[in-house]
Design a protein around this ligand. Structure first.
Ligand code: MF3
Ligand code: CO
Ligand code: CO
Length: 270
């Protein structure tokens, strides 16, 4: 038993044990598989409520549990955030229209481990400006992931994401962040998608967390609608998001929520 493992850091971040990676891998794989399989159900005329119903069934069929049903009163197995919705969009009976872009975010619990991932989808034909937003957001997530290795800091992750996004004249949302996870859904630290290099807690082997940048074509400010969940861009500009759950290994990073079908990016394989 390694005494450095299974403790909390001074910032309250849990250091998981080597064997725990397998639990996260299983949970992450199920969440990613559900996002792979839901792609065929995203089309013009489909409702987000029906997509969520199918996801609920997929979680049940896998013998797993949804982490979001019952979470702070939330009642759905997914968040579906369309167009200018930044995150926490509530599935409903609105039909998808040609050119709508949507983020589907699923968190499952498998044997007590949490797998949390989201990606972008399109109904019908993708416009050039939506395609650009989705590409930059996807690549920004991977800029963040590339900064994950022992000895770097959480500020290095935020810095990598922010500089990449702003170089493309888009903006990073400040009002929502990634989070530690593992045997719990949301734990320290807050994983900011902006910041200064070299600041924040030092990254250590055994930390598990999400990186989930939200990127807007316009300004970064958001507001939450009267339903107390739906976050939208204040300037109504389009927003996109991608999320992976990751763990720090001895010399780098393990992505728990890799797409088994290789379809994490919506236009791959076309
Ligand atoms: N999956 C979201 C995240 O990335 C959290 C959704 S909480 C919900 O952290 F209640 F809105 F579903
Ligand atoms: Co998350
Ligand atoms: Co999520």
């Amino acid at each position: 038993m390694d005494e450095r493992k299974g403790r909390l850091t001074k910032d309250g971040i849990r250091i998981y044990q080597d064997a725990d990676h397998a639990g996260m891998h299983a949970a992450g794989k199920l969440a990613a598989t559900i996002l792979d399989d839901i792609a065929q159900h995203v089309f013009v005329g489909q409702t987000t409520g029906e997509i969520d119903r199918i996801i609920t069934q997929m979680v049940e069929d896998a013998g797993a549990r949804s982490a979001t049903i019952g979470y702070k009163g939330y009642q759905h197995a997914s968040c579906i955030s369309m167009n200018h919705v930044v995150c926490h969009g509530i599935p409903g009976d609105k039909k998808l229209k040609d050119g709508d872009i949507l983020n589907i975010d699923v968190t499952v619990i498998v044997d007590g481990w949490f797998g949390d991932t989201s990606r972008m989808y399109v109904a019908g034909k993708l416009s050039r400006k939506s395609e650009r937003l989705i590409q930059v957001t996807h690549d920004a997530l991977f800029k963040g992931i590339e900064a994950v290795k022992p000895g770097n800091t959480f500020g290095d992750i935020g810095y990598a994401i922010q500089t990449y996004v702003e170089a493309h004249r888009m903006s990073v949302v400040r009002d929502f962040c990634g989070h530690g996870l593992g045997r719990v859904f949301h734990a320290p630290p807050n994983v900011l998608h902006y910041g200064r290099a070299g600041t924040g807690p030092v990254l250590e082997e055994g930390m598990f967390f999400t990186i989930e940048p939200m990127v807007n074509l316009g300004r970064p400010e958001t507001k939450v609608l009267a339903d107390d969940w739906t976050a939208v861009t204040r300037d109504k500009s389009l927003s996109a998001q991608f999320e992976h759950s990751v763990g720090i290994t001895a010399n780098g990073v393990e992505i728990f929520t890799l797409s088994p079908a290789g379809t994490f990016h919506p236009t791959y394989g076309e």
